[in-house]
Every structure is written in C-alpha cells, then in structure tokens.
Design a protein around this ligand. Sequence first.
Ligand code: ZN
Length: 108
Amino acid sequence: MTTIKATCPGCGEVDLGTEDILLRIGAVQTANTYGFTCPSCGDFVEKQADDRVVRLLLSGGVVPVPVHVPAEALELHFGPPLTMDDLIDFHQHLMTSEWFEDLKGRTS
Ligand SMILES: [Zn+2]
C-alpha cells in the first residue's frame, strides 16, 4: 500500500493512504485541489494542487474526481461590485415602460 505524506496546518506531517485523498481536477489547472480528513485532529484540509502534486498523487494511485467549474466563475470581472443601491435603481428602472429601450442603447 502506498503511503502519502501530507501536512495538516494544526498537526504537521501525517501519513495517508491513496483512498484518503480527494483529488479534484477542474476545467483549468488552477482549479485542481487535493484534500483529506486529518487522521489526527479530524479537520478536512484542502489545498491547491499544482502540476507536480497532481502527477505525484496520480502516480501514487489516487483516483481523481473531475469537477465542473461553471464558465462564469472563470470570467474576468471589471468595475465595482453591485451594491444594494444599484439593485434598487435597476428595480425602479424596470418599473418604467421604456426600460428595455433605455438599456438596449447602452454600451456599458
Ligand atoms: Zn490535523
């Protein structure tokens, strides 16, 4: 049986079996993570898995779990976040009869 050494933030280095590791493979490399329940304290520890870690875990026999990441989560967002005032303004705008024509003409 393969023993994999991992680090729990509270307990330090712990020994795990391949079945103890949850390797999540996302649509993009930065979404890859691995996690485990610490055998010492019981906390679930999750960390980002770079290419080297993914290769290491796969070669050790860990079975990967594909994770679907919605495309919206990967979009770049610009501008300030929506506020409650923005939402109320938008709601009031939708109450007018010309809201669609007004919004159609906007470029931002
Ligand atoms: Zn621990």
